[in-house]
Design a protein around this ligand. Structure first.
Ligand code: SAM
Length: 215
């Protein structure tokens, strides 16, 4: 989406990260765990620092990379995060211990689509961050949006799906085409939402930022 040389240029300007964070990035790369790319996480952390949320709900922990980055960037924030893959959940537990972020991060194990009763006990949230199964984005949004505060925002990652959303006719694999259709449907639904206004930022895999209308 954004020219790769420009991405590399911006990345070259980023401050050095803690060794523990670099080790998590290495682990994710070596084990094929999808974590947020450098520019997307920096952009999201910057937005979060501007709004200073007290509570964040994340759908899709993976190994805890984004949750730990949020906890480090926002020392006064608490993060509740859900993961359904047991090995990744356990890895996230280990990383929160290693990075001394256990006190800020509540890790929940299970399918986010079936956990709203448990999550409700931690509500309300200032931010809902959706970064899990792309085909289910609308369901995550509808299930957890009611747990937001009046000024709460929703961040959805991967809404441009490597740019495929704009190229669907040229994608051959049926499974990918079906996923593209679901993401396109989510984007159209989100952009026309009667209670939220949304901007889509073409960074990383595409990030949508939604805020309540009229705020
Ligand atoms: C893109 S990764 C999350 C990356 C993480 N937010 C980060 O940047 O470090 C998506 C994760 O969501 C999990 N996931 C997908 N659908 C889920 C669901 N319905 N409930 C809970 N976790 C889910 C997957 O197992 C995967 O580990």
């Amino acid at each position: 989406m954004v020219n790769q040389e420009i991405v590399q240029y911006i990345e070259s300007l980023l401050p050095e990260k803690d060794e523990a964070i670099v080790a998590m990035e290495r682990y994710a790369r070596d084990h094929g765990v999808p974590i947020m790319d450098a520019l997307s996480i920096e952009t999201m952390l910057h937005i979060l620092k501007l709004i200073q949320p007290a509570r964040i709900l994340e759908i899709g922990t993976a190994i805890g990379y984004s949750a730990i980055r949020m906890a480090k960037a926002l020392p006064n924030a608490n993060i509740v995060t859900i993961e359904r893959d047991e090995a990744r959940y356990n890895q996230a537990l280990a990383y929160t211990e290693q990075t001394n972020t256990k006190g800020q991060i509540t890790l929940l194990f299970g399918d986010a689509l079936a956990m709203s009763d448990e999550v409700k006990t931690y509500a309300p949230f200032d931010v809902l961050f959706i970064d899990a199964a792309k085909g289910q984005y609308r369901r995550f949004f509808e299930l957890y949006e009611p747990f937001l505060t009046e000024r709460g925002i929703i961040i959805t990652d991967n809404v441009l799906f490597k740019g495929f959303v704009a190229l669907d006719e040229r994608v051959e694999q049926k499974r990918i085409r079906q996923l593209i259709k679901k993401i396109q449907a989510y984007n159209e639904w989100l952009m026309a939402h009667p209670r939220y206004e949304t901007v889509i930022i073409p960074i990383g895999d595409g990030m949508a930022i939604s805020k309540k209308r009229g705020e």
